[in-house]
Design a protein around this ligand. Sequence first.
Ligand SMILES: [Zn+2]
Length: 314
Amino acid sequence: MRMNFGLTFRAANGCWKVNLSQRCSRGRIGLFVPPSPPVDAEKLQELQRFVTLSKRVLVMTGAGISTESGIPDYRSEKVGLYARTDRRPIQHRDFVRSAAVRQRYWARNFVGWPQFSSHQPNPAHWALSNWEKRGKLYWLVTQNVDALHTKAGSRRLTELHGCMHRVLCLDCGEQTPRGVLQARFAALNPTWSAEAHGLAPDGDVFLTEEQVRSFQVPSCARCGGRLKPDVVFFGDAVNRDTVDFVHRRVKEADSLLVVGSSLQVYSGYRFILTAQEKKLPIAILNIGPTRSDHLACLKLDSRCGELLPLIDPH
Ligand SMILES: [Zn+2]
């Protein structure tokens, strides 16, 4: 299937007339992207206008931007993890209180890590990184913990829910790279092996109880304390300083663009409310309805990686 539409854009080389021709290959990107209508040329122009008129865009991204990199989200209809399995994310309280819960979590995470950590940014991540280089992006806030924005080179970035690529000691607060912990896992479990049976957005996989019981979990090398990925689990709160920082960034911005989030989680939704109070124009790019569609001046249902590279951040 091929679609063509001609639009006038200023390309990087200074030419103005660009005939955009996109090959639409449903299914090539994979299992985790919900079906979406083809890019609507009129809405694309509206988004271009939205971006052009903004001098300080704040972009907030969610799981929907990473599905095109092969990472499933939790909530998408039919293809999200909630729809495909009966697995639910780990609860913060259970992790902190129970050594058995931590053992199960880390065993699964150990198996899933090589695949989870190898995911690469897709054209949507690269586009936003380019917006930053071109001075268009005021700040980027992500709800994702996959480090794909960092891998794409974004620096004006707040990871609202932390990052799976760091490990935090719950007892002394030391942060260490996740890769270092992987080597410690391997050294402690030389004969342990398990097959991954499906990857969750947080790098979790599915294992049997026997596999879990024999897995050895190291403790903090500095204090012997409990290790946790440096991410906000369900049931935990986002750090207050981080929330205040993002609120300030939203107030300083002149528009807000949501990319790939249904905004169901309050930790992200509250910034939409701040933007609304400030009367900032809000645009939403997400396949499927969101909690804030009624607050947006523009809503697009296209794939992030298909649409964002078409926008010129001039
Ligand atoms: Zn420690």
